[in-house]
Design a protein around this ligand. Structure first.
Ligand SMILES: Cc1cc2nc3c(=O)[nH]c(=O)nc-3n(C[C@H](O)[C@H](O)[C@H](O)COP(=O)(O)OP(=O)(O)OC[C@H]3O[C@@H](n4cnc5c(N)ncnc54)[C@H](O)[C@@H]3O)c2cc1C
Length: 273
């Protein structure tokens, strides 16, 4: 049943510090960024929360910058801002590619990278990019800041190490040396949730990350090792054993295994010297 919006309360802090104090005082407050995921939950009546912390006006969380070799993307950066950013275009073109394929223009204008990370869907399209790029999630509370490697951020299906009094403030991405590649397979070109989504980087030690084939976004170390040895067919065989897709409303496990192996082959041929 749809949640009555009149029963909901929106708290609007002026600064990031105020937001963190509010969150410490009431850890049940639900952070709200672009609201593209939250609104769906409110609309379907599946959200067991009534107080929201509106982050949208906190400009410092929106910045995208280059700090030395490190690309720092504020949690509130929208997909449109990511697509336009010269830093992201230069350092992390596979993120631009994924942002272009998320929803339509309305979702790209409101949806944020921090929301995609925190929402923790195994089908989140930026997540394989961040996993393959070996990003770090920056969490902040009134007690200070901590950095969590992306590979350690998810603990299971839709669960993360974020504590209730913490906000994701940014994601840090080190300089990428190899060729970057991104591909999303969905029912149609736009406005589709991924059946399989893959991001990969090809250098001496190839890195491959995949969404929608397990409870969280996955890196596939055995497949990566086979790629490093130079055998794409060995790697494709290893990959179908290494992923854990399921049958669901969007696809079947069998289809997902076949498509994932094909994507790996495509990655390898597209990035050949
Ligand atoms: C029509 C439609 C199409 C879509 N298409 C796609 C698609 O193609 N690919 C895709 O990956 N997603 C898609 N989405 C999902 C959604 O747009 C993205 O996940 C988006 O990035 C969510 O960001 P947001 O800012 O709107 O998050 P919100 O809805 O504001 O929040 C989502 C979750 O993250 C938490 N949160 C948000 N920001 C923070 C923060 N800084 N710190 C801690 N917690 C935080 C919230 O509490 C909530 O739990 C679609 C959604 C819709 C409605």
């Amino acid at each position: 049943m749809r949640t009555a919006t009149s029963a909901l309360e929106l708290v609007r802090p002026r600064t990031v510090k105020d937001a963190l104090v509010l969150l410490r005082e009431d850890p049940r407050l639900v952070p709200l960024a672009g609201c593209t995921d939250l609104y769906v939950a409110v609309n379907f009546g599946t959200l067991n929360a009534s107080r929201f912390l509106d982050l949208w006006t906190l400009e410092p969380l929106r910045r995208i910058s280059l700090q030395g070799d490190m690309l720092v993307i504020g949690a509130l950066a929208s997909y449109t801002e990511i697509i336009k950013s010269r830093h992201v275009r230069k350092q992390l073109p596979m993120l631009v590619e994924s942002a272009r394929q998320i929803g339509g223009p309305q979702i790209q204008n409101r949806g944020t990278i921090g929301g995609n990370i925190a929402n923790a869907s195994p089908a989140g399209d930026t997540l394989p990019v961040l996993a393959a790029a070996q990003a770090t999630v920056v969490l902040r509370s009134t007690g200070g800041e901590r950095r969590v490697p992306f590979a350690a951020f998810y603990t299971g299906y839709r669960t993360t190490v974020r504590k209730p009094d913490e906000l994701i403030v940014a994601v840090e991405v080190p300089m990428q040396q190899g060729r970057q590649w991104f591909r999303k397979v969905g029912t149609r070109a736009a406005q589709a949730i991924s059946k399989v989504v893959m991001a990969a980087v090809r250098d001496d030690r190839p890195r491959v990350a995949i969404g929608s084939v397990g409870p969280t976004v996955l890196r596939v170390p055995r497949t990566e090792a086979a790629l490093a040895n130079g055998s794409i067919e060995d790697a494709a065989r290893t990959l179908v054993e290494e992923i854990q897709p399921i049958d669901d409303a969007r696809s079947t496990a069998e289809y997902r295994r076949a498509v994932t192996a094909n994507l790996l082959r495509r990655f390898w041929s597209d990035t050949a010297a």
